[in-house]
Design a protein around this ligand. Structure first.
Ligand code: SF4
Length: 227
């Protein structure tokens, strides 16, 4: 696999936020979201065998726990990734897969918890989610929307209702987008959408979703990578 970085930190998002987690960040992405904070994954990286990646995961977290597969878009390397995720499951790791859902997810092992980041219009990559992946969602999975403005919010709200997401997955997450050049202050001043506005919209419309904040950007300088 082509790997940008492997590191241990706290999970910053999803229902697993706050838990220790090993992140395996794969190189390469076929999307170009306007607020992407992971552009350094688009190129470069190092070639590692599954055995080498597993060795590093075991070194960082020898007693099991959470492993997140992320990127970039990890499913671009599906051929090697799918068996690797099964190996992690066989070693009793809890595996999270962060993906845009632009690639088909039918071959992802069922016990992998998919966190599917459905792109909203203002990302510049709206309409990239493959609707066939709705059938690949399982009860333990999560669907996330990164929201920059009211139009994004309304897209996410309507998508959630139209596809009955709350009944399909364990959590629907609405997260304010962060500026990609955020640095310094560890507060919500870097959010493209004030979390207070998003909270109030969610409450007003009684949306069956939870507000998600990227807590690592409130713990460490948002410009710091590898945390
Ligand atoms: S899918 Fe993720 S890594 Fe790719 S451009 Fe969008 S935010 Fe960045």
């Amino acid at each position: 696999m082509q790997i940008t970085e492997i590191y241990k930190s706290l999970q910053g998002e999803s229902t697993h936020a706050g838990l220790p987690c090993v992140f395996v960040r794969l190189t390469g992405c076929n999307l170009r979201c306007s607020w992407c904070d992971s552009e350094y994954t688009f190129t470069g990286g190092v070639r590692m065998s599954s055995e080498q990646v597993m060795q590093e995961v075991v070194r960082l977290s020898p007693n099991g726990g959470l492993v997140e597969i992320t990127g970039g878009e990890p499913m671009l390397q599906e051929h090697e990734l799918v068996p690797f995720m099964q190996q992690l499951l066989d070693r009793s790791y809890t595996v999270l897969l962060e993906t845009s859902g632009e690639r088909l997810l039918a071959n992802v092992p069922k016990k992998v918890i998919k966190i599917v980041d459905v792109k909203c219009p203002h990302s510049g990559e709206g309409d990239t989610f493959d609707a066939a992946n709705l059938e690949a969602l399982h009860a333990q999975d999560e669907v996330k929307f990164v929201i920059s403005n009211r139009a994004d919010y309304e897209f996410a709200r309507d998508f959630t209702a139209q596809h009955h997401l709350a009944g399909r997955v364990t959590a629907v997450l609405f997260s304010p987008a962060f500026r990609k050049d955020a640095a310094g202050a560890r507060d919500s001043s870097h959010c493209l959408l004030d979390p207070q506005h998003l909270a109030e919209w969610l409450l007003a419309d009684d949306v069956p979703a939870r507000l998600g904040l990227q807590i690592h950007k409130f713990i460490w300088d948002p410009a710091v990578k590898g945390v």
